[in-house]
Write a protein of this length. Structure first.
Length: 470
């Protein structure tokens, strides 16, 4: 055979073998930017329909990718969702089902059931997706809120501590990640043990964006997995003065107070800086960007309407969250998604873990991502091979107004089982997104079928259940 012809055939064969569906090459794994905002409600973006808030950069991101309108956090509170996202495991399976260490401070005096003893530290034996990606050559950076390493040591000497921070869970760099659920202050000095003071008065979300950018500039010649998990928009409610002034007088439905609106815009602005750096470095076409929230909005700060309730509750206001995904190598806007088009496929936090591993061509392996599905089929106009999503929150939240329970979302219906009396609530989320009409009595067969599915899932995940108070 002619040597030149043989070489050409060899090159063609190599090209075919290295190109995967969606145009992604084994030789060039994509960068991944996983952004999670704390306590951002489903209606807290302008692209979600809230015209009292300013989120131009996230609105633009939505136009460049896919905006999911039926996206769910793994839990209605923060730590369980964070554990689920970084491992791909459901909170029920992890036994991390409460925000921090549970205790009497959360329990109503007239409670009928005793919540189970939940884990509040992510064990080092648990395999994170950061560890899986680093094994394959990814540079891994964590910036922001972790809240999976237990309480501050001085409050709970037996629980967690710095040995469980992100740098011990697969991340090369950790700026800000520790056991704190919220920052003592959003202005430098922050008094966060995992971030050093830099410039007095600097806003925390801007600082995290700068640290993310510095990491990208130093590591972009290799594949990067970056978690930017902002402390915003969690309490304490503090924001730059210019943005607070901008929101004064705009209060009303969709915006309870100017400071919260300013926090949302400050977060949008900081994320915009990071997205601009991705463009400046020429990485946009080969970067998977995911934006979401760890739970629904806290009703003390934001307006979740038309959803019912908020953070700490199994109603939609506590579980449904914004989700935007931009992945140019796979998502061709217009095929099947037109620019700014929304997707109504129900998805959950663990799906994002599976999608990240899929994008990086990393098999989940033992102990990672069995509870999520890659969203690649959705981006290609196909359906996910799944008929239900499940939730388990057997605790009282910090506000003590919720009822412990489990939930299942199947098709357009959602069922909630209350653990205190085993009562059922059934809702048609298409006809009644505000969950005002309980259909359990009208559709007893459907309610019983969904309840049985929920029970099977609880047993399969070895979910810890509450006990009766004697």
């Amino acid at each position: 055979m002619n040597p030149c012809r043989f070489l050409i055939r060899l090159l063609v064969l190599v090209a075919v073998m290295t190109i995967l569906p969606g145009g992604v090459s084994w030789a060039k794994p994509p960068h991944v930017l996983l952004i999670m905002v704390d306590d951002l409600g489903w209606m807290d973006l302008r692209c979600q329909g809230n015209d009292r808030l300013n989120t131009p950069r996230l609105d633009r991101l939505a136009r460049q990718g896919v905006r999911f309108t039926h996206a769910y956090a793994a839990a209605p509170i923060c730590s369980p969702t964070r554990g689920a996202l970084i491992t791909g495991l459901a909170p029920a399976r992890l036994h991390i089902t409460q925000h921090g260490k549970d205790g009497p401070a959360f329990w109503p005096k007239d409670r009928k059931i005793q919540p189970p003893a939940a884990e509040h530290v992510l064990p080092l034996r648990t395999v994170t997706i950061a560890e899986r990606l680093r094994e394959t050559g990814y540079a891994t950076g964590f910036f922001g809120k972790w809240h999976l390493s237990g309480e501050p040591v001085q409050l709970d000497p037996a629980g967690g501590g710095p040995g469980f921070w992100p740098e011990h869970q697969g991340f090369d760099v950790n700026i800000g990640g520790c056991g704190l659920g919220g920052p003592p202050s959003y202005f430098d000095p922050y008094r966060i043990p995992a971030i050093q003071p830099r410039q007095k008065g600097e806003y925390l979300t801007d600082r995290l964006a700068d640290e993310t950018i510095a990491f990208m500039r130093g590591k972009h010649h290799q594949p990067m997995f970056i978690c930017l998990w902002t402390y915003n928009v969690h309490y304490p409610f503090e924001a730059p003065a210019d943005l607070i002034a901008k929101h004064k007088g705009r209060e009303g439905p969709g915006l309870k107070n100017a400071v919260y609106g300013a926090q949302v815009e400050a977060t949008d602005r900081a994320i915009g800086k990071v997205l601009d750096e991705i463009d400046r470095l020429g990485l946009a076409d080969n970067t998977l960007v995911i934006f979401t929230s760890d739970n629904g909005g806290w009703e003390g700060a934001t307006d979740n309407r038309p959803l019912r309730s908020g953070k700490g509750d199994l109603y939609e206001g506590g579980l449904r969250v914004p989700l935007i995904v931009r992945w140019p190598a796979v998502i061709a806007t217009g095929k099947p998604f037109a620019p700014a088009m929304a997707c109504d496929t129900p998805v959950i936090s663990m799906d994002l873990s599976a999608t990240v591993l899929d994008a990086a061509h990393v098999k989940p392996g033992e102990g990672t991502a069995p509870d999520g599905l890659s969203l690649r089929p959705v981006f290609q106009g196909k359906k996910l091979d799944r008929d239900a999503l499940f939730f388990h929150y057997p605790h009282y939240a910090f506000h003590k107004v919720n009822r412990p329970g489990g939930a299942i979302r199947a098709g357009q219906h959602k069922l909630i089982r209350r653990y205190d009396d085993n009562s059922l609530e059934l809702f048609d989320l298409v006809a009644d997104v505000g969950e005002k009409r309980n259909l359990a009595a009208e559709k007893p067969e459907l309610a019983a079928m969904l309840d049985a599915k929920l029970g099977h899932w609880l047993r399969d995940t070895t979910a810890q259940m509450p006990t009766r108070v004697r």
